[in-house]
Design a protein around this ligand. Sequence first.
Ligand code: CA
Length: 314
Amino acid sequence: MRYGIVLALLLCWPPLQAAEVDANFIREAARQSGYTEEQIRAWMAQAEKKTSILEAISRPAEGKAWKDYRPIFLQPGRVEGGRRFMQVHHLALRRAENQYGVPAEIITAIIGVETRYGRHAGRYRVLDALYTLGFHYPKRGEFFRKQLLALFKLARQQGLDVLALKGSYAGAMGYGQFIPTSYLEYAVDFDEDGHADLLGSAEDAIGSVAHYLARHGWQRNQPVIRRLRPPRPVPVVKPRKMKPDTTVEAILQQGFVLEGAPLPGELEAVIVRLKGQRGDEYWLGTRNFYAITRYNHSPLYAMAVSQLAEAIAQ
Ligand SMILES: [Ca+2]
């Protein structure tokens, strides 16, 4: 028994300490949000640690291979749902496209990948998610405590009910799954009713997703990805690259062949390598590909969004 305890202690060394909801945190939350310390304390007393949230964050879908990840998002149901979403919201989507330069089908695909067009916007209480990860997940505790502080500020600003707000296990909310800091920074009141409501208004969500991508470098009238045929032997391409580090011209000079219409040689690009159904796949990603990875830091995510957008638009 005693040896068991010693062994357990050794296995967890160095110990990762769970943070505490202390007076400093309460004071900071009150200061940032404008709520009283009593109010913040009352909410924190109702926050619950959820084991299911700790389990969920330890197995993200982005850990899969592309061949297993792609089918989750490219099934006919999700493509069809995207077409319907585009029909219903075509006016808002056109307006967002004109204003921010982001194509309607890309905005739609992001909302489709995130929440199946708003149908699965999350079943966890955001307060519980951010409390659990902020105070019981030391690896990223600081990040989630910052999100929790932003949640209070957001609730105050938008008149949201802290105890009723639902979202993902990571505290992402609404059609486009914005975490509190993104909500504060990028949400727009696209239907002009006085509130940026990313949970209840598809129109606000559409404008906000487009605004987010525009602020992360989206370039109007530029492609997102294009398939490449590699030369033999295939040059070494590091996996999981996302940021353009070369140009179309330099990629072609390596012997890659671009499928489809030509692109300007000086266009910034990156070679993306993925484990496909039939071995390695090579793709050319642009600044717009990179902008999508700012939404979710994964080349698989940006690929799924691009391909779903293409399937919806066809
Ligand atoms: Ca609104």
